[in-house]
Design a binder for this molecule. Structure first.
Ligand code: BTN
Length: 257
């Protein structure tokens, strides 16, 4: 395979490992030891893979792209979740170029194909002092070669293989993801979320859908703010800005009332 373009920020150093606890943990250790931005850790299997909100992230050997990328964006800690938006736009593009798939973003961290989750992202940040974001580890778990999912995951998850009917080379998938991530990260560094907003909206499945915020208020998603907040119009006409945390998104057939 060709070497990465030297002008790229991401993927100049790739630690391709076998079984690890979590690529997030390995990358965090490397980052704490001074590994530069763009260092990537991948593994063929994780024994303690983690998802959002402390959930486990399970995999079978060699079926998923399990990847953590060390980023050092010069932004305050509160903006760390914005890196998920960058990742989501990049994953949608990579799935399009690599697998010809039409993927869509489910705010904030999921990428969906055929209404099923194909990829999740986990931005984990360390603070390096008052007001400063330390290294941010962007974790990507992309379902690539799963031939099937057991119940009850079957209705909720899909893989590149299930969608295209063929197995893929994980190194090629990783390269497609890193190339797209490199492009969109550069755009984020130059222009922040504002620089991604149009691309995010064009790739989002959330706009027009009904959603419920953590405090129980329901409404329809109308926009993405320049701070990465989901903008929701409630039934009473109020505008909510949801910055982080889980929202419950209705399925497509219930959408666009
Ligand atoms: C989610 O809950 O949707 C986020 C899942 C993120 C999983 C990836 S797999 C590679 C990296 N290592 C981990 O332990 N988690 C992330």
């Amino acid at each position: 395979m060709s070497r990465p373009d030297p002008s790229r920020r991401l993927g100049h150093t790739i630690h391709a490992l076998g079984t690890v606890d979590s690529t997030q943990a390995v990358a965090a250790r490397l980052a704490a030891a001074g590994a530069p931005e763009g260092t990537v850790v991948t593994a063929s299997h994780q024994t303690a893979g983690r998802g959002r909100r402390g959930r486990p992230w399970l995999d079978h050997e060699g079926e998923s792209l399990l990847m953590s990328v060390i980023l050092r964006p010069p932004v305050p800690p509160g903006q760390a979740p914005q890196l998920s938006l960058v990742g989501a736009v990049a994953i949608v593009d990579a799935l399009g170029t690599f697998g010809g798939l039409r993927a869509a973003i489910r705010w904030p961290n999921d990428v969906m194909v055929s209404e099923r989750k194909i990829c999740g992202m986990l931005p984990e940040a360390a603070t390096s002092g008052p007001g400063a974001l330390g290294p941010l580890i962007l974790g990507v778990g992309l379902n690539v070669n799963q031939p099937a999912f057991p119940e009850p995951l079957k209705a909720l998850a899909t893989s590149v293989r299930l969608e295209t009917g063929r197995a893929s080379d994980l190194d090629e998938v990783r390269e497609a993801v890193l190339a797209a991530l490199d492009r969109w990260y550069a755009r984020f560094l130059a222009a922040g979320v504002a620089g991604l907003r149009e691309a995010w909206l064009a790739r989002s499945q959330s706009i027009g859908r009904r959603t419920k915020a953590g405090d129980g208020r329901a409404g329809v998603v109308i926009d993405l703010g320049d701070d990465g907040a989901l903008v929701v119009r409630t039934e009473s006409g109020e505008t909510l800005r949801i910055l982080a945390g889980d929202v419950i998104m209705e399925a497509a057939d219930a959408a666009r009332h």
